[in-house]
Write a protein that binds this ligand. Sequence first.
Ligand code: NDP
Length: 244
Amino acid sequence: MNAMVEGKVVLVTGASSGIGEATALALSAEGARVAVGARRADRLESLARKAPGEVLALELDVTDQESVRAAAAKTVEHFGALDVLVNNAGVMLSGPIAGADTTEWTRMVETNLLGSMYAVHAALPHLLESKGIVVQVSSTSGRIATASSGVYAATKFGITAFSESLRQEVTTRGVRVVVVEPGFVATELAGHITDPAIQAAARKMAASMRTLQPEDIANAVVYAVTQPEHVAVNEILIRPTDQT
Ligand code: NDP
């Protein structure tokens, strides 16, 4: 238990696997009351069963504004407040720009960028009331773009830009904004890549190093959200030691 987060209400998007799931479990272990959102409701139910504290499972599609608004409203209705948004839902459909299936670009922009903006918009009135915290899950791709990650990187650079504007708008009103930028984490993320060559390259990269585990990022989030109110941890870049 950590007194800084005990009893606080946290909403985690993209909590049905990977970083979101690990973060929800870590915050629950520290005493937070946690609402978890994603499309795979069965995964959320099993997360709720294994969490040490109370967990509210909310089927949620971040590309649908109404769904995001409803999730924020249900969290506040159920727990009485919203103190922390962990804005984590995302997809990575890497591939070269030439000849790309542009429906994949649309999915990434709608999920990673617009979806994350919708979540901030829906949560912000409650966070202003609670003087809460927004944790924006970006990526090393939000700092450095590489070949075959153009659109994914564009969404993550976009999150950084949006987060800095948000920070300037709300920091003197007591709301803190944290951008977390993970390097390679062993999750389901790369499994959705449809380009076989890029999929193979991702697998090779994973096998070449000691990757981060979702819990490593969850630990960084717990650190950021358990600091005293006058301390704003604005950015955390966290890579595997083996990643160049
Ligand atoms: P996972 O694929 O394990 O998790 C992605 C999560 O996002 C799932 O819970 C998925 O749930 C959810 N999600 C996807 N689309 C939607 C949607 N439309 N509405 C609601 N939820 C959605 O991957 P990670 O845990 O790795 O990814 C989490 C975040 O971390 C992402 O933003 C990713 O970009 C970022 N990241 C990951 C890195 C890595 O190496 N793994 C590195 C840097 C950043 P469901 O399908 O059930 O909806």
